[in-house]
Ligand binder design. Structure first.
Ligand code: NAD
Length: 349
């Protein structure tokens, strides 16, 4: 607690334990959530440069920054450092950084000495509303994203809004794409709030951002709580991502930009299938545009469909595709890969 303001708390009941998510909790209060024993922090070089004073130099593991470090080589480096630091099963690992650090921390902690406890302090908007929460972790392998990893819940996720201040605008846009996704699939009222608050969001107004992070996380936590292993309900969170991942791979767009276009395509497909009214789809496109996210589709269909075919989410010849039924409501339907490819080709032309 700081200045009389209580952090908002959300719980996820995972198969192997409970994860507590604290929104609006300042980092300086982290000690209250840490057990006794050795504490080791994992971060990336960028975050450490921005926030040097939050790390104890004796117990920090620093990796490089960016998606390129999310691999087995970096895992090996982290394990070596953990051994050097004499980390044992009573040690606690804290990942402080963006989604890459969160994914590396969760994966490392879940397998080092058959599992040590860990917590996350996500420092990007994307990691606060998405990557840091839900228990998925992992690294990229053989050109595929998140090919190797586990489902393991962190003991806590501490979202401190102070970290958002140093984020470049592109990183903010990535997080906004996920917040818009959460609102679009599940919460019409949050969507309207976003429409009303565009200027406040763009200037990162703290109470508005805290509210957005909390409401967005509540949606993700409720979905994950009911389906930790992504056998049903959790698939909804892939809205915009099936095609978004393929676009990210072949266009060089950032994750947020690719997800934005993935949502636009999913909306067009939903209208084409007669599931969604045009006007509802236009609301989504307009909101994305107001936040500076791309909505115009112009890319090579062949390259995107080739990437789609390679996507790991492909389940045999059928995919679970998330269609929008209206703002705040979606439906996961099985669709044949060939049918999806044909429909995408018809839309892009
Ligand atoms: N596990 C999941 O459920 C899940 C969900 C979504 C995304 N992800 C993963 O998350 C990753 C993307 O996350 P990301 O966008 O946070 O990327 P990231 O971790 O690479 O961070 C983006 C950049 O911002 C820098 N940065 C981080 N915090 C900062 C701060 N406060 N101020 C200034 N710069 C800062 C980082 O050093 C990096 O350069 C991907 O690997 C993706 O697969 C995982």
């Amino acid at each position: 607690m700081e200045g009389g303001v209580m952090a908002k708390s959300i719980e996820i009941q995972g198969i192997a334990g409970t994860s507590r998510i604290l929104v609006g909790e300042p980092l300086r209060n982290m000690g209250a959530w840490l057990p006794a024993g050795k504490r080791i922090m994992l971060t990336d070089s960028n975050v450490r440069r921005y926030y040097p004073s939050v790390f104890d130099p004796e117990a920090v593991i620093e990796v490089g920054s960016g998606e390129k470090v999310k691999d087995l080589e970096t895992m090996r480096f982290i394990f070596e450092r953990l051994v050097e630091l004499e980390a044992d099963r009573s040690s606690f690992l804290v990942g402080l950084g963006g989604g890459v650090v969160c994914d590396l921390t969760g994966f490392t902690a879940s397998i080092y000495m058959r599992g040590i406890p860990f917590g996350l302090v996500p420092t990007t908007l994307l990691a606060q509303v998405d990557a840091g929460v839900g228990g998925k972790n992992g690294v990229n392998f053989a050109g595929y994203k998140n090919m190797i990893g586990t489902f393991t819940q962190p003991e806590f996720v501490l979202c401190d809004p102070q970290f958002l201040k140093t984020l470049p605008p592109g990183e903010i846009a990535c997080g906004l794409a996920e917040i818009i996704k959460h609102a679009a699939i599940e919460d019409r009222e949050l969507f309207s709030f976003l429409e009303d608050q565009v200027p406040a969001v763009l200037r990162l107004d703290p109470p508005v951002m805290e509210n957005l992070v909390y409401r967005s996380l509540s949606i993700k936590a409720a979905i994950v709580g009911g389906d930790e292993r992504e056998k049903g309900e959790r698939r909804k969170l892939n809205f915009g991502h099936t095609l978004g991942h393929a676009l990210e791979k072949v266009t060089g767009l950032s994750h947020g930009e690719a997800v934005s276009l993935g949502m636009v395509l999913a909306v067009d497909l939903s209208v084409k299938k007669g599931i969604l009214q045009d006007s509802e789809g236009d609301r989504l496109k307009s909101l994305l545009q107001r936040f500076g996210l791309p909505v115009r589709l112009s890319f090579s269909v062949d390259r995107v469909t080739a990437a789609l075919k390679l996507d790991k989410k492909r389940e045999g010849e059928k995919l679970h595709f998330v269609f929008l039924k209206g703002i705040g409501s979606c439906e996961v339907k099985e669709i044949g890969l060939e049918e999806l490819v044909r429909m995408v080709s018809e839309i892009i032309g």
